[in-house]
Design a protein around this ligand. Sequence first.
Ligand code: MV4
Length: 450
Amino acid sequence: MFQRILVANRGEIALRVIRACKELGVEAVAVYSQADRDAPYLELADRAICIGKAASADSYLNIPRLIAAAEVADVQAIHPGYGFLSENPQFAEICRSCNFEFIGPPHEAIRKMGLKTEAKVIAAQAKVASVPGSDGAVNSEAEAIRIAKSIGFPVLIKAAAGGGGKGMRVCRDEASLPSSIQAARNEAEAAFKNPSIYLEKYIDRPRHVEVQVLADHHGNVVHCWDRDCSLQRRHQKLVEEASASLPIEVRRKLGEAAVRLAKTVGYTNAGTCEFLVDAEDNFYFIEVNARIQVEHPVSEEITGIDLVKQQIRIAAGEPLPFTQDDVKSEGHAIEVRINSEDPEHGFRPSAGRITDLRVPGGPGVRWDSHARAGYSVPPNYDSLVGKLIVHAPSRPEAIARMRRALDELVIEGIKTTIPLHKAIFRHKDFIDGNVDTTWVERVLMPPKAG
Ligand code: MV4
């Protein structure tokens, strides 16, 4: 096992990795920007190193500064967390070339999965169905029109280098296809420095279901079952659940598909295969997330596996200590993301000082947060202040437990998404499981008229 790890991230996930290190007997070295100099997660690390100014480009996205911190602290491995550099193949490659183990997949796998057109080729090799669409990038208007006519309108134009919903455009007819493609190319070039686009059949009101996988360096790949992450607003997830409440045969097939995909691309460490699921429970692969995700705790709760500890063990060369048959899905877990945003005012970030914080407890309740009373949420980064996770024997009991826990949770001094979550957990559609990726914006918070 490693003696010491650099945690190349901040906030909630930095604390999550520090906690895993402590339980493994590994020293955790935290990094921080000037905006985070008073952040509570630093006190829990064995050492903390300032890596630069508040701007991400000068700190958490700055590869030379992170490598310098790793050298100064004499660590053996680097955990990138989520966001920031976690899916940057160049960072993974540089870590390894500087003799630091990157706690994540091989840079080749990150690079391939970063190109969504390449990921779909790998899915086809693995005999995993993806959404019908173009074979790779679309290079001309004529080609786009031919493909759109063969799959049928509406089509979705996606950026090859995209993901997470950025740079997507729905196109409903042939007449608007050329201008939609041009607009999508411009967005893709601006956001990803890559104008390449591809086409997919637009799936109406899909559910977003993803499968957690773990793969070691000895050829063992297991899935840790499925999560439903359909509840989102403007591509920001709000609520995640495990399981995705699909029939067991569908869940098995999803898991097996994710394992085939991971094996085909030579994946190691933790990752997620994302699928869209239609009203008939048909599933279509869309992309791979080559990192630990914000919503990983719900999979931990139903399987009893500490995914972050497994990431570290895998990177240290240990074989997975269990087989697929050992990974059981028990009960139902739900996570809500508590963001410092004002739902009453278009979810604008609401940075500021938390004056009071009272966290829920009791059976089946987990609170993953770096925040505490007196902590000031800096305006420079994402607005996640904590994740409230519940686990119970069934989905109705998990919903009741989440309602109870949300009523106990008090955060004062900043605006948060707590009132929105309370409304979701009282809504009949959510309780009945009648939600999809369009539900929040279509039903719960439709745009105001005028
Ligand atoms: C889609 C889709 C409908 N049809 N692809 C958005 C995020 C990115 N991972 C893929 N996304 C979508 N791809 C086809 N062919 C609808 C979405 C989508 C979505 C997916 C998951 C979660 C939230 C979403 C919100 C809007 C659209």
